[in-house]
Design a protein around this ligand. Structure first.
Ligand SMILES: Nc1ncnc2c1ncn2[C@@H]1O[C@H](COP(=O)(O)OP(=O)(O)OP(=O)(O)O)[C@@H](O)[C@H]1O
Ligand SMILES: [Mg+2]
Length: 155
């Protein structure tokens, strides 16, 4: 289990992890409202040298960051309650293996694939304390990324 004691620590964790990311990769962020998914995503994207402001994409569903070191997309499926809606918004194309996908509320859509995927479970464990558990890992050639995550995983 990874423990983050403040939003700042969460941000730094995201930045640290993003240093060793390679496409294709999807990071599925799962956890309740306010558990820190967007803060983590912001850290990841900042580490990918994204220049524009990184807000929650909730209202947009998907925000592309093509100025990033690696073509990245930040998706939020909170309001997407069916696979039909997911498809009608054209979100499938982001899972074609050419993007780094950072997907909040990935558990909303059961049909999402699990190749090149890391699933992280976020929990609020205190006022400013959050935990992250690695729920599932199915990646090839991301050994540096896994190392970076495991460095923080001390339980
Ligand atoms: N250790 C921490 N890690 C991350 N965020 C923290 C932490 N401590 C406090 N916070 C605060 O908790 C909130 C987390 O919000 P965030 O938008 O990242 O959650 P979320 O999981 O994306 O929620 P949602 O499901 O609504 O998208 C922020 O206001 C942040 O400042
Ligand atoms: Mg969020």
């Amino acid at each position: 289990m990874i423990k983050l004691n403040s939003a700042d620590e969460m941000l730094k964790f995201g930045m640290e992890v993003s240093r060793s990311i390679h496409a294709p990769l999807s990071i599925y962020l799962v956890g309740a409202l306010g558990s820190g998914k967007t803060v983590f995503a912001r850290g990841l994207l900042a580490g990918l040298d994204v220049q524009d402001t990184i807000t929650s994409p909730s209202y947009l569903v998907a925000k592309e960051h093509i100025d990033a070191r690696i073509r990245a997309v930040h998706i939020d499926l909170f309001r997407i309650d069916s696979y039909d809606k997911f498809r009608s918004l054209g979100l499938e194309e982001y899972f074609d293996g050419t993007w780094v996908v950072i997907c909040e509320w990935a558990d909303r859509i059961n049909e999402l694939g699990f190749s090149n995927v890391i699933v992280l479970q976020f929990r609020t464990t205190g006022h400013e304390e959050r935990s992250i558990e690695i729920d599932r890992v199915n990646v090839v050639g991301q050994s540096l990324l896994l190392e970076a995550i495991l460095k923080f995983d001390y339980d």
